[in-house]
Ligand binder design. Sequence first.
Ligand code: GLN
Length: 335
Amino acid sequence: MPTQAIRQRVNRRLEELYRRHLLPHDGEVVTYYNSGTGYNKLGQTAGAERSPFAISLMTTDGEVFHAGEHDLPFALQSISKVFVYGLALEACGRDRVLERVGVEPSGDAFNSIVFDERNNRPYNPMVNAGALATTALVEGAEGAHTAGHPLERILAALRRYAGNRGLEVDEGTFEAEIRSADRNRATAYLMRSDGMLAGDVEATLALYLRQCSVRVDCLDLATMAATLANGGANPITGERALARRHVRDVLSVMHTCGMYDFAGQWAYRVGIPAKSGVSGGVMAVVPGKLGIGVFSPGLDAYGNSVRGTAVCEELSERLGLHVFADSDEDALLGP
Ligand code: GLN
């Protein structure tokens, strides 16, 4: 446990980092903005939508550090793919999951309709097609096909990760998602025609979009990240959200595929497993140490939060977090 003086120093540093990144970034393009309370698709540079910004950190022993508006609600969006992949692994086992979805970076955008044709499966569970496959696995696991049940299972898992019993689907977000789901719907039907998805495509699509629409805040995100950093057990509640043996698989695909077609650059520059969502959340995991949550809706051309990327890069640099860097944990605490 850090002393009061160390805690204050980290808070000051974080506040300074926050203030610096609050300044607008050049080239910022918002293509899509979706908070827990509203929904827009903006094919333009953002104005007011750019301003929400929060950073939350949680260590694996449950220490929390914040800067900015850490309690602003937003939709999990693609970050949900991480947890549903974990659920699929638990429900079906690694081999069965690997039959339905690979672990290969696609090099394509999150909503790409390109598949691993050699193996007749989506490339990985972090792109939409792969998440449709894992959602279908979770939906069909244990033979449970009742409408509410798989969603309850997903919500229960998300609540364990976040240690927040209040996590719910934001119905407004879901309605907007399902109204503009042409591409995901097309992906799902194409997958079914190729034998990659079975069953009721509309039900799978709705379940996928509901999990994307779960409302969280930045503290939830950091807690979920810290749970993964802590081997699958929530550092605050002690509750297990994911069996320890699956944590490695989940973090591996986050590391190689979590930032879409920016994943290689992310691995090179930031060097820690992470996942972004189109509403502006970025969740990053430093195994054994730290969970990072950043929320800022301004997105870059890859659909990743501009500030989320910049903040994680700087944190990684200053804390020596890159997996291949020499560890220099005193960097943030230094003079
Ligand atoms: N709901 C969004 C979609 O399916 C999620 C995408 C994302 O966050 N990158 O397109």
